[in-house]
Unconditional design. Sequence first.
Length: 746
Amino acid sequence: MNFIASDNRAASRTTITGAPDGYTAVALAELAFTAPEQQVIHIARDDAGMSLMSDMLAFAAPALDVLVLPAWDCLPYDRVSPNGEVVARRLDALTRIANGDMSKPFILLTTVSAAVQSVPARSVFRESTLSVKTGDRLDLEKLTAFFVRNGYIRAATVRETGEYAIRGGIVDVFPPGSSSPLRLDFFGDELEGVRSFDAMTQRTEDIRDGIRLRPVSEVMLDDESIQRFRSAYRTEFGIASSEDPLYEAISAGRRYIGMEHWLPLFHEKLETLFEYLPKAVVALDHEAESVVSERLEMIADYYDARQSMRSATAKGMAAGEGAAIYKPVPPDSMFMDQARWSETLKERVVAVFSPFTAPAHSSTIVDAGARQTVDFTQARQANAAGLFDAVRDRLENEKKRRILITGHSAGTRDRLSTLLEQHGIETAGNIGDWAGMLSQPAGSVSLAALNLEKGFSTDDVIVITEQDILGERLSRPSRRRRRGEEFLTEVASLSEGDYVVHVDHGVGRFDGLETVKAGAASHDCLRVLYAGGAKLYVPVENIEVLARYGSEESNIQLDRLGGQAWQARKARVKEHIREVAHELLAIAAGRTLSKGELIQTDRNSFDEFCARFPYAETDDQLSAVADVLADLESGRPMDRLICGDVGFGKTEIALRAAFAATMSGYQVAVVVPTTLLARQHYQNFKDRFAGLPMRIGQLSRFVTAKDADKAREGLADGTLDIVVGTHALLSKSVRFERLGLIVVDE
């Protein structure tokens, strides 16, 4: 379907209806292939919409060249700089476009906040890109000057985007747009080799034939930019005082936190994204234009607030209160206004996506033909236990359309596949893209991992999401697991005066960094003070031999460098650990030889119960659940401690263990420290076991005497499966018919 107006005018607006979230990516890909220049700027309402579109485009049209340009992740006229990762993604997109480094068809994904903000002119990025191939010659001084001018930060060890390190003829750098840092090997001024490496392990990943370096910041700090800033700053705000930290820092060639918010003063001119791609079709999210108005109002409000604070701060300084004055640049120098936005779109071919049905046929309205899928809310509310039977009945009626069922991750997709097969729904397997799904015969059921909230349907396809089946999923980003060897790997994590422990010399005090010359080479070292004023110099590359001292006591006695006290303490602690370990091994051996209740888990029903969990499980959660189930199925007594911060899913582990125990015919007791927690856990268990044949009771002082007696009777005769209570569960009046699992909340 051609979504461009048939008369192919230089400027036109088309509304594309029948394009709900998800299917918009299919329509957008088709738009990119049929656009006159095969270039599209898609403006999403926010970062979430942009992220969804990026994921969906990778599925709908993997061959498309897609660039993502996020907005700064800080407020207008803020005192902080945008996040380095965000800036790296922006610069990767801007430099690629400025240098024509993209193929056709091409889509630029961005947001309203990014689209209304001006950026450095294309000429800036054409002149600030450095390409070097293996065998080329490059003077290290010129390379260092490039790093300094384009915002790279020198570091001892390169770990983050925008950092570089020079050690003789080896240069490490983490350029924007690269997934890994790169190591450049020079012989003199000849580049002998380029290889990417893992930032944590320092191990080589692959070999490259060259490198392309881009700026790290949208603010350049070369001599020309500094002079331009000084002149523009004085013109805009008058003569700068010696107490103006921004002006002083930039004048000295130092980067200043938040300096990006004075971007217009560093450049001769700024441009809009639309000037970067003058012939591209503009595609708008259906809420984008309303968000534009809100964003521009916010910018004006923040500017007015800064102006008011500027006046108040100036008065305070006159009265002797030494506060720094924030001098905001005018909004029109950095942002589009409503008139300029409207005028820009009038000159473009514009396509506005709408999830709604077209009210009437028109030459400016095109129906993409998709509708939102009806979900299974009624089936869940009527009979949660028969939910997948309702899904099966629905799919059996879809013989003329291809069916795609999505899970938000590969794990949930596979779980859904198992549950569907258990309820008699035959699937055609997992597919990786839209074309793969279309190649399946009508009536077939395919599966895919897509983070799509709501499904949609067309004449040929019906997409049903995990959320359509199981209800709203409250997504939670996974946390990066912290490895033990990373405990102390950065000098930046230490402050002068901090106490540290050296693996061989004991407790000392960090006293700063010092460059020490050994032979002809210089080494950056950590200076650590010990008793009697003795000093130990630890090279930064060996920082792993230090650990932060855990105690917060004020009177900490330093060890004597070279003394025996530290080694004696280590020996005593090792002996004590050996004794404790011996006792623990004896206890563990006794438990291993004992026999416990054997609890068999029905995997089919267990997977269906797990599918009702409304969050994305973390790796630690899944690991803990697997360990608990292995304990229950071992036939030996279980004594497992589950540790985790508040809100990280410990209760869900207990719920799954309780389900496994009750399905095997055992009773479960959940002991909590307070009546309030008893009531909360009781409600959680009631909600999660709704529609299942388990009876749940409560024992605490909030329960009436009559209900407490009924709960005790149910426990004694086995009619009550799960009980939640305080220490009242431990009284002699409580007897269990077949207790199999005790869960203790701290």
